[in-house]
Design a protein around this ligand. Structure first.
Ligand code: ATP
Ligand code: MG
Length: 433
């Protein structure tokens, strides 16, 4: 036998039994984003490597270790997108969407990072990202956080997550802080792990993010970023906190929240799961006022966030939310090619007049007994039968597959009237016997 080929490690198939929860989440995202007046933007999955080097930053884990980078046939260096903000800004500049106007945008789709695969961490994963441009004040952060809270609530996850916020100030404030932080940490290099020592020269701010208890102990006495913030950053942060309080959105200030990407300034925030799990961030975002300019556009204030869809789904599953699988309303059985043809026609007519109805017509022949077995396995609530007698009399037999009700044989017009009647009394417009 020929050896079978497996999927690439960390890149998962989403099987039919799982797609209904994906569709459910995607539907809620689309609906809620729409209700806040956000517009969808669709971006390429591959961008020039330079884009991520210039935006995410050369000294970040993403660019240093996690990107899928390859040479195009003409020698250009390209990368599978590891995140969406850079591409969104690139497109915004390229198509003149950012200059002298405001934008509220969102996108959804796959992203790629060569990380060590584990629960909630994959090499291909899905984001729903939201980006706003042209808003300098904290009112947009309040709106974005409200929007993320609404999405979480719509998914039934409000009690499963906590919001953490911080301000990382301006680049110049961070520079002053970094000098102090580096000096302090250099005195304690013996207590740092290998990763943190490396970051001491490349990206010291990221050390604040370390999960290593030894490193955290050293950090307890490190200088505080908040002491270095400029007055405008403090006022911005205070105003956002005030808005969140007024909106009734609980939050925790985490002075060590810095985010792993270089392009943030002032506000950063994350939604974390309350369970003590390794992969605990379900949504992360913040302000990135300098990125547009850094990528060649005119200075434009910007702010956004991204949800990790797989982690939301894991959370929904662990919080016991039932997975609704899509089952047909009815399954049509027939006995030969003529009755099968009639079944296809009737089903099509019904679907045309009732687009929410899900009807499956049996294919592949076989005895009625076998067809009933398939009908049952499909989860359908009803069977519509077109046997020899029904063909002769131009009738259709209805049989409930889930309840012990007598079966009924109806003329075609009576059958259509019956289905119409059944659907009219169903709130979701689907059949129930
Ligand atoms: P983490 O600290 O968990 O590595 P991150 O800071 O690298 O997260 P972001 O780049 O901010 O993550 O992406 C936003 C969200 O996308 C994260 O909060 C998380 O929910 C999700 N995410 C990030 N990387 C992965 C991955 N490899 N697999 C699945 N989801 C991911
Ligand atoms: Mg990461």
């Amino acid at each position: 036998m020929t050896a079978s080929i497996q999927a690439v490690r960390g890149m998962n198939d989403i099987l039919p039994s799982e797609t209904s929860i994906w569709q459910h989440i995607e539907h809620i995202f689309r609906q809620t984003l729409n209700s806040f007046g956000y517009q969808e933007i669709r971006l390429p999955i591959i961008e020039k490597t330079e884009l991520f080097k210039r935006s995410v930053g050369e000294a970040t884990d993403i660019v240093e270790k996690e990107m899928y980078t390859f040479e195009d046939r003409n020698g250009d260096s390209l990368s599978l997108r590891p995140e969406g903000t850079a591409g969104c800004v690139r497109a915004g500049i390229e198509h003149g969407l950012l200059y002298n106007q405001t934008q509220r945008l969102w996108y959804m789709g796959p992203f790629f990072r060569h990380e060590r695969p584990q629960k909630g961490r994959y090499r291909q994963f899905n984001h729903c990202g939201v980006e706003t441009y042209g808003f300098a004040g904290p009112d947009i952060e309040a709106e974005l956080i409200l929007l993320s809270a609404r999405l979480i609530q719509q998914l039934g996850l409000s009690s499963a997550v906590t919001l953490e916020i911080n301000s990382i100030g301006t680049a110049s404030a961070r520079q002053a802080y970094l000098t102090a932080l580096r000096a302090y940490l250099t005195e304690h290099t013996e207590a740092l792990d290998e990763d943190s020592r490396r970051r001491l020269t490349t990206n010291p701010l990221r050390i604040l993010d370390s999960k290593n208890p030894g490193v955290q102990a050293v950090l307890n006495h490190a200088p505080n970023l908040s002491d270095y913030l400029e007055e405008t950053s403090r006022a911005h942060a205070a105003s956002l906190q005030n808005a969140l309080t007024q909106l009734g959105i609980p939050f925790r200030i985490n002075p060590r929240l810095v985010r792993g990407l270089d392009y943030y300034s002032d506000t950063v925030f994350e939604w974390l799961t309350n369970d003590d799990v390794a992969q605990n961030a379900v949504c992360a975002g913040g302000r990135y006022d300098h990125l547009v300019e850094q990528l060649g556009g005119k200075p434009t204030p910007a702010c956004g966030f991204a949800f990790g869809m797989e982690r939301l789904i894991l959370l929904m599953q662990s919080s016991g939310q039932a997975l609704q699988t899509h089952v047909p309303d009815a399954y049509m059985l027939s006995v030969d090619s003529a009755s099968h043809c009639r079944a296809l026609q009737i089903a099509d007519q019904l679907r045309k007049s009732h687009p929410t109805l899900c009807l499956m017509v049996h294919a592949g022949g076989g005895s009625l007994k076998n067809q009933f077995r398939r009908a049952d396995r499909s989860g359908a609530k009803m069977a519509f039968i077109l046997g020899e007698q029904e063909m002769q009399d131009k009738t259709i037999t209805l049989k409930s597959l889930r309840e012990d009700l007598p079966q009924r044989t109806l003329s075609e017009p009576a059958f259509f009237a019956e289905i119409h009647q059944l659907l009219a009394t169903q709130p979701r417009g689907v059949l129930s016997s």
